[in-house]
Write a protein that binds this ligand. Structure first.
Ligand SMILES: *[C@@H]1O[C@H](CO)[C@@H](O)[C@H](O)[C@H]1NC(C)=O
Ligand SMILES: *[C@@H]1O[C@H](CO)[C@@H](O)[C@H](O)[C@H]1NC(C)=O
Ligand SMILES: *[C@@H]1O[C@H](CO)[C@@H](O)[C@H](O)[C@H]1NC(C)=O
Ligand SMILES: *[C@@H]1O[C@H](CO)[C@@H](O)[C@H](O)[C@H]1NC(C)=O
Ligand SMILES: *[C@@H]1O[C@H](CO)[C@@H](O)[C@H](O)[C@H]1NC(C)=O
Ligand SMILES: *[C@@H]1O[C@H](CO)[C@@H](O)[C@H](O)[C@H]1NC(C)=O
Ligand SMILES: *[C@@H]1O[C@H](CO)[C@@H](O)[C@H](O)[C@H]1NC(C)=O
Ligand SMILES: *[C@@H]1O[C@H](CO)[C@@H](O)[C@H](O)[C@H]1NC(C)=O
Ligand SMILES: [Zn+2]
Length: 903
């Protein structure tokens, strides 16, 4: 009861806050239809603008004498705004623009009535935006003539429709739309739906107006249009219920690189349509590769936009991993057509309701279409690792939470919400099993199509699906799931066995990286599924028991009583997001099996990764010893899978990054030896280049080579140095370029640095620049590195930020010039704050903390916090630094002592 009351309070407070949210529209207005006419001018750099008119049909739920809409950065001539109804015109007394709240308020001379339908007409104009929001411009150059072509395209999510036209810009206020676009004949105009008819512009020569078919009820953030001069890429068609026509549009010079992703889209859509048993409702989809884009891609109905670099792929120049990640982005956008577009969250506090399922179904779709890639498990494993780290610190927040104003809404779009959201959906899937989960998801889409929802709606449909399968024991889905979405953090379940009676005692506490007296008690509804050594079935994922909330411990009699020399493992495939600790004897039984049994005794690779991750985290906090943790790692020479290797190497590197001087060297020796067993199984760089290797092998060997060369394994550095930069650059296998370049710079001379920097500055190979930047960062000579870093800071190119981050990441990891590099970052904080985006700044700040190279003095800290993009990451950094310092003083010696035994 306690926890239930706690949730009610939370829910109530969310409700109350949003009612008082000064940024929210009132609930009085119900838009029904928008008629939008936009004339776009693309006549050169100083003539990038639009003018338009919106007609909104709406009614009111209560009498009112004013109308509040959203508008931002639009010029509106109040004298031309009209409001009418069948009974005549209603005069407008005055209009008020609230720039801060992004509101446009009209005061009327008469009261609006519930029974009347109104038509509001607002003419407006504005510049095409240059920062990828609202209605913005982008451009590309003809590779032969150097002529610049401009294009205009929208990015309305989450709160930017109001920059393009006045509207009721909240996701639950769905309405139908009819869009008419005016533009010069040299261009093509697109919107969500196909063109219905075109006619000449009434006055402007060579301009036309094209009216698009109406679009069904949709949120404003999903409306889209574009005027451009891109080239069409032929796209294979594929059976979908409504014979959807796909077209892709890119700038001429990348047409040949657009085929793979262009052709993937119809397959993805068709797969999802079948899986969700709800056909995609539009007749066409245009995919637009835009040179600049605020995000990676945007799922607008029927007009999906991509950052160009996420839509084109060149196998000879780009890594396989990047092809996989672009495919994953694409699958995510198409999953949104159901999760987000058809069924929309009422408000941005529940953003995870669209991002979680889209991420999860994106993975499922790639697994179905590209089974040999093995993407799903690798991506889950990566999400799990991120989640377990991020959600164990004090500043973490629930995925479902109150948001106010555009800035706080934008911040919701964080990696954390996507990943924990996806893990939450996966948990639901595994908890309920395929049959109930899919039947629940299908009814969810069907029941709420064209409507908007809160998370309770999802729980409710799932609960109905559970009840429909009466054999299943009744679980209150909402009670269970709320405990995961409405509170931050996650539990650790401690398992203690009684080896005489074969019973098991379990209890839960929240897992914190640093325990603190102030931490409030919390608990979760935790499904418990045990696997025993004799019946090592890791596919059986439905709960056998529940650890309920607020009761936090239980003694259980397992169905299959384990004998005293048999291990048990809780949480097969890490279906629910919690850590597990066992008693010492059970840990040792597990360790024995991993070290000796055929195929690791059937222990699933996600569990092998998680066992190491958990035990290292427990040892970090002194809840277990490093002796025990390292004895678990002893099995690694037998390990052939990517997931456990990737996880443990990331964990170990986080320890190693904090060490300095002698300890850092001991650590180097340790990793060199550890990774040798993995490295030896990989083909030589030369044969990796010639054989057609699978994505899985490339991924695993890339990890092996990266670690081996980073820690100086001789065979690796020799192989890398076997390529001479002057002549052999083309021969280096694409997926290993950064590693080879880095090693060559690390052990090379000044001439090589000069050469690579020249290539970076002169060559037009955009796709090689990351590898060059990473390579240059490996220099042992700071004077040289500084030249490069300064060059990046002076450059005006938009992509510079990434290269700066890549170069300093190398420098900090190699440790030769880490201190100077950290100082370079701090000294140039103001420039970086201007040039880099928030995500890049965050990675810089975290990089400083993770490498513990520099102690930022209090006054410097205050100065940095005055820089907008630094403020939040620094708060996180201060907290993480405390965590790291505690480990350095209390645990690092023990870590080194045990590790030394293994070198
Ligand atoms: C608009 O009218 C409502 C009552 O219908 C009133 O509560 C509100 O304060 C008014 N808003 C403004 C900005 O005048
Ligand atoms: C658009 O926004 C910028 C900065 O936010 C402001 O300087 C400018 O005046 C605005 N333009 C209009 C037309 O409101
Ligand atoms: C968008 O760009 C304009 C200049 O074109 C600038 O004044 C404005 O502050 C920018 N807005 C945001 C949100 O970055
Ligand atoms: C285009 O620009 C490049 C470099 O900026 C220059 O070398 C080339 O001559 C230009 N071509 C034309 C046709 O102007
Ligand atoms: C459109 O693109 C073509 C080549 O792709 C170019 O020749 C033409 O000038 C462009 N038109 C405009 C209006 O930019
Ligand atoms: C339209 O295209 C033609 C031919 O490519 C070109 O001569 C003309 O300048 C273009 N007009 C505009 C406004 O882009
Ligand atoms: C789709 O195309 C097929 C064959 O081209 C046709 O038989 C079918 O009627 C079409 N379906 C729709 C909904 O147009
Ligand atoms: C944890 O966060 C809460 C609220 O954000 C704060 O009051 C508390 O001081 C923090 N505790 C620590 C140890 O940082
Ligand atoms: Zn998304």
């Amino acid at each position: 009861m306690q926890i239930i009351r706690f949730f009610l309070l939370l829910l109530m407070s969310v409700g109350v806050l949003s009612m008082n949210d000064p940024y929210r529209l009132t609930d009085l207005f119900k838009p029904e239809h928008y008629n939008l006419r936009i004339l776009t001018h693309l006549n050169g750099p100083n003539q990038l603008r639009f003018e338009g008119q919106v007609k909104i049909h709406f009614h009111v739920l209560d009498q009112t004498r004013n109308i509040t809409l959203n508008a931002k950065n639009l010029t509106i001539d109040q004298n031309r705004v009209t409001l009418s109804s069948q009974s005549g015109n209603n005069c407008i007394v005055n209009a008020e623009l609230n720039e801060d709240k992004e509101l446009y308020i009209l005061h009327l001379c008469e009261v609006l009535q519930q029974t009347v339908k109104y038509e509001l007409i607002i003419p407006f104009k504005g510049p095409l935006n240059s920062n990828d929001t609202g209605y913005y411009w982008s451009s590309f150059q003809d590779s032969l003539t150097n002529q610049t072509s401009y294009l205009a395209v929208t990015q309305f999510s989450p709160t930017f429709a109001r920059l393009a036209f006045p509207c009721f810009d909240e996701p639950h206020l769905k309405a139908t739309f009819r869009v008419t676009l005016g533009y010069h004949r040299n261009y093509t105009g697109f919107s969500n739906t196909p063109i219905a008819k075109c006619e000449d512009h009434e006055t402007l020569a060579n301009y036309i107006w094209c009216e698009h078919e109406p679009i069904f009820r949709t949120s404003t953030y999903l409306v889209a249009y574009a005027v451009h001069n891109l080239t069409r890429v032929a796209t294979q068609s594929i059976d979908t219920v409504h014979n959807v026509t796909f077209s892709s549009w890119v700038q001429p010079k990348v047409v040949n690189e657009a085929h793979f992703l262009s052709n993937l889209a119809p397959k993805v859509l068709s797969h999802l349509e079948k899986l969700l048993e709800y056909s995609f409702p539009l007749r066409k989809v245009d995919q637009l590769a835009v040179p600049t884009h605020k995000f990676s891609a945007m799922e607008n109905w029927g007009l999906i936009t991509f950052k160009e670099s996420k839509f084109v792929h060149n196998d000879r120049e780009e890594m396989l991993e990047s092809k996989e990640s672009k495919s994953s982005t694409m699958a995510h956008e198409y999953a949104h057509q159901w999760f987000g577009n058809l069924v929309t969250m009422k408000w941005w506090n529940d953003l995870w309701l669209k991002e979680g399922p889209s991420t999860y179904f994106g993975y499922l779709t790639l697994d179905a279409l590209m089974p040999d890639w093995g993407t799903g498990d690798r991506y889950f494993a990566n999400d799990l690792a991120t989640f377990f780290r991020q959600d164990a610190i004090n500043s973490t927040i629930p995925i479902s939470r109150d948001v106010q104003g555009s800035e706080s809404i934008l911040k919701q779009f964080s990696e954390y919400v996507y990943k924990k959201g996806s893990l939450t959906v996966r948990m639901l899937h595994k908890l309920l099993g395929d049959e109930i989960f899919y039947s629940g998801i299908r009814s969810y889409v069907k029941k709420h199509a064209y409507d908007s929802v809160v998370q309770t709606d999802l729980w409710q449909v799932m609960e109905e699906a559970v009840n429909a399968h009466s054999s299943h024991n009744k679980t209150r889905v909402s009670t269970v799931m709320d405990s995961w979405t409405l509170q931050a953090g996650y539990p650790i379940v401690s398992v203690n066995r009684n080896y005489t009676t074969a019973s098991v005692t379990v209890n839960q506490t929240r897992f914190w990286l640093v325990d603190d007296e102030d931490h409030p008690a919390s608990c979760w509804w935790i499904p418990l599924t045990f696997v025993t050594q004799q019946q090592a079935n890791f596919n059986m994922t439905q709960p056998q028991f529940w650890l309920k909330c607020p009761k936090i411990d239980r003694t259980l009699e397992l169905l299959h009583k384990p004998t005293a020399d048999e291990w048990i493992i809780l949480n097969p495939q890490v279906n629910t997001i919690y850590r597990v600790n066992y008693d010492d004897r059970n840990w040792r039984l597990i360790i024995n099996t991993l070290n000796s049994a055929e195929n690791f005794g059937g222990v699933h690779e996600l569990n092998r990764a998680q066992l190491m991750d958990d035990l290292m985290a427990l040892a970090w906090k002194e809840m277990q010893s490093y002796e025990l943790a390292f004895s678990l790692l002893e099995y690694l020479p037998l390990e052939r899978h990517y997931i456990p290797w990737k996880r443990i190497l990331d964990v170990l590197n986080r320890h190693g990054d904090l060490l300095s001087y002698g300890n850092a060297n001991i650590f180097r020796m340790f990793i060199r030896k550890l990774v040798a067993s993995l490295y030896e199984r990989c083909p030589s760089l030369e044969s990796l280049q010639t054989t057609t290797t699978s994505i899985q092998e490339i991924t695993l060997c890339r990890l092996a080579y990266a670690e081996a060369c980073r820690y100086g394994l001789e065979n690796c550095t020799d192989q890398a140095m076997g390529f001479t930069l002057e002549t052999d650059e083309e021969q280096v296998p694409v997926d290993f370029r950064d590693i080879v370049f880095c090693t060559n710079i690390e052990f090379g001379n000044e001439m090589q640095f000069e050469l690579m920097m020249q290539r970076f500055q002169n060559k037009t190979f955009e796709s090689r620049k990351s590898a060059w930047a990473t390579g240059l960062g490996c220099s042992r000579n700071f004077t040289q590195l500084q030249q490069f870093l300064d060059y990046l800071l002076q450059s005006t190119e938009a992509t510079t930020g990434n290269y700066y981050v890549e170069a300093v990441t190398s420098a900090l990891h190699r440790k030769y010039v880490a201190l100077e590099t950290s100082e370079h970052i701090l000294q140039h904080a103001t420039i970086l704050n201007d040039k880099l985006n928030a995500k890049q700044i965050k990675s810089l700040v975290l990089l400083l903390v993770e490498n513990d190279t520099i102690f930022i003095k209090e006054e410097k800290l205050q100065e940095l916090k005055s820089l907008k993009k630094f403020k939040e990451p620094l708060e996180l950094a201060v907290e993480l630094r405390k965590v790291n310092q505690k480990w350095l003083t209390e645990r690092s010696q023990e870590f080194i002592r045990v590790l030394t035994k293994y070198i």
